[in-house]
Design a protein around this ligand. Structure first.
Ligand SMILES: Nc1ncnc2c1ncn2[C@@H]1O[C@H](COP(=O)(O)OP(=O)(O)OP(=O)(O)O)[C@@H](O)[C@H]1O
Ligand SMILES: [Mg+2]
Length: 278
């Protein structure tokens, strides 16, 4: 039996209001089920509809047709304030999440508004968890890119959402910060039930996701595990996506499906030992 549904789209249609009555249709009768506990990567080329899908899940935009359920409750016409107890979106641009005077204030904000008991000590825990100690009194907009990203993750999980949505969490980061963010993502995922990440970062997909959904022109072009998607040459070509280098290298050198540097290194060492033993 499948686990309960965290997100369910039934025949969802959505469009943006266009200029001169031309409303570009983004989704036309989309069906989608995401189950509790899944770590889903949403991939697809620019304009495929990834960010729009995340905004529909958290109620920031409304469909003109169909129904959307989050954690079993219909949220199709609910306001984002009402969906915030189940679902939270970490924006692609962290600066859009900073509305307070300081990092501490931004992290406390949603908990204070909802009168969560002990919100001060919860904020301190988050500051500790995301290595933001010493920065809590700074204006979040003045932090470095990586610090901003960590602060936005702390804000995103402050209300303990059952479903966490992240829009391109590793975009524009240097390698060290990217590694930090992936580690933070892994620790978040031990706290939150379900996570959906929209991304172009195939290495993040390979290292983190247990399910990959490929969007193409508002439709689901493919849906499977990382290896199923990376092996689907037809879809990759159609959507213009390349598997991460570690995967391609693993296949070419060893004929194996290596998803992260550790798997690759283990295989490399094993092959080397076998060669030395001959
Ligand atoms: N506010 C808006 N008003 C009108 N059209 C929009 C708006 N936001 C997005 N679109 C259009 O909706 C489509 C889907 O956009 P969306 O941002 O969801 O794509 P995406 O997959 O997130 O792309 P990217 O990888 O570039 O972030 C695109 O054609 C885009 O031009
Ligand atoms: Mg986007």
């Amino acid at each position: 039996m499948n686990p309960p549904k965290a997100v369910c789209f039934e025949n969802v249609s959505a469009e943006y209001r266009g200029i001169k009555d031309k409303n570009p249709k983004i989704f036309d009768g989309l069906d989608l089920n995401i189950h509790k506990g899944e770590k889903v990567a949403l991939i697809g080329s620019n304009g495929a509809g990834k960010s729009t899908l995340l905004k529909l899940i958290c109620g920031f935009i409304k469909p003109y047709g169909g129904r959307i359920y989050v954690c079993g409750e219909e949220i199709t016409s609910k306001k984002p304030e009402e969906t915030a107890k189940y679902v939270s979106l970490v924006y692609q641009n962290p600066e859009e999440m900073f509305i307070g005077e300081s990092v501490g204030d931004d992290i406390e904000y949603a908990m204070r508004e909802r009168k969560i008991p002990d919100y001060k000590s919860k904020a301190l825990e988050l500051i500790e968890m995301f290595s933001l100690k010493g920065l809590e009194n700074k204006d979040a907009r003045l932090l470095s890119g990586g610090q901003m990203r960590r602060a936005s993750l702390a804000i995103g999980i402050a209300l303990n959402p059952s479903v966490l949505l992240l829009d391109e969490p590793t975009a524009n980061l240097d390698i060290a910060t990217r590694t930090e963010v992936i580690e933070a993502l892994n620790s978040i995922c031990s706290k939150t039930e379900t996570a959906i990440v929209a991304t172009h970062d195939m290495q993040l997909v390979a290292e983190w996701a247990d399910r990959v959904i490929v969007l193409h022109e508002g439709r689901i072009a493919a849906d499977g595990t990382c290896t199923e998607i990376f092996e689907d040459e037809f879809v990759l070509e159609k959507v213009g996506i390349m598997p991460p280098e570690i995967y391609t290298l693993g296949k070419r050198l060893f004929g194996a499906q290596t998803l992260n540097p550790k798997e690759f290194a283990d295989l490399f060492l094993r092959e080397r030992e076998e060669v030395l033993a001959i």
